[in-house]
Design a protein around this ligand. Structure first.
Ligand code: CU
Length: 233
């Protein structure tokens, strides 16, 4: 069963907050015009049917760091109708292609390498996120029963050490459920991912890691929600 495109409670709360603000303005105008009464309730329901694009998207962010903890990049994840758009910018890496994946654990601590058992940088992030139980590495964009859902495209880094990539991953979500990547991690590797070799495309060591955290939308929602209650009364 496909998960809902975004959290209904938060989305409707967000919409209500914005609409309530507009309603408050309408109600205030009506009051000044001498038309106070039940008009505000009617206008609220009429306004509530107007679509407000852009507010229903769940988002998350990740701050990428080196094993020493130095900041080295940022990622923004946005829920879309086609999946989760992952956009990342990194800096300070060697020129060329670097493997990039969603890893299963929300930890950027040292931990055991799956193959050798030796402790490696960011080993705590575990293996690639694989809710479809593919148990196989593959191309980004493949169905999640054929390849890890956490596959992402290589990041191409220029001579200035900077690189970026943007990709919509149809196999994951930001809303609660088995495919949610919130609370997991993004990892950038030493070498190019060949999109074939198990378990990580022969992409070598882990250079950068970042925890995927929900974007702090609550302050925006709270502020918008607080305004109408002050204006209406
Ligand atoms: Cu990886």
């Amino acid at each position: 069963m496909a998960p809902l495109p975004s959290s209904p409670s938060r989305a409707s709360f967000q919409r209500r907050g914005t609409l309530a603000a507009s309603t408050a303005a309408v109600a205030a105008a009506l009051f000044l015009a001498g038309c106070a009464g039940s008009a505000s309730d009617n206008s609220r329901s009429a306004v509530a049917k107007t679509p407000v694009p852009g507010l229903e998207r769940a988002t998350a962010t990740a701050r990428l760091v080196t094993p020493e903890g130095a900041p080295a990049g940022n990622a923004v994840l946005t829920e879309t109708a086609a999946g989760v758009e992952v956009a990342i910018q990194v800096q300070g890496l060697s020129p060329g292609k670097h493997g990039f994946h969603i890893h299963a654990n929300g930890a950027c601590s040292p931990g055991p390498d799956a193959t050798t058992g030796q402790t490696i940088a960011f080993g705590g992030a575990g293996g690639h996120f694989d809710p479809g139980m593919a148990k196989k590495h593959g191309h980004p964009g493949q169905p999640s029963h054929e390849a890890h859902a956490g596959e992402l495209p290589n990041i191409t880094v220029g001579d200035d050490g900077r690189g970026s990539v943007r990709f919509v991953n149809a196999n994951v979500s930001l809303t609660p459920g088995k495919t949610s990547v919130v609370g997991r991690s993004l990892v950038v590797h030493e070498k190019e991912d060949d999109y074939t070799t198990n378990p990580a495309g022969n992409s070598g060591g882990r250079l950068l890691c970042g925890l995927i955290q929900p974007a702090p939308a609550s302050t925006v929602v709270g502020d918008k929600a607080a305004v109408p209650s002050l204006l209406v009364r």
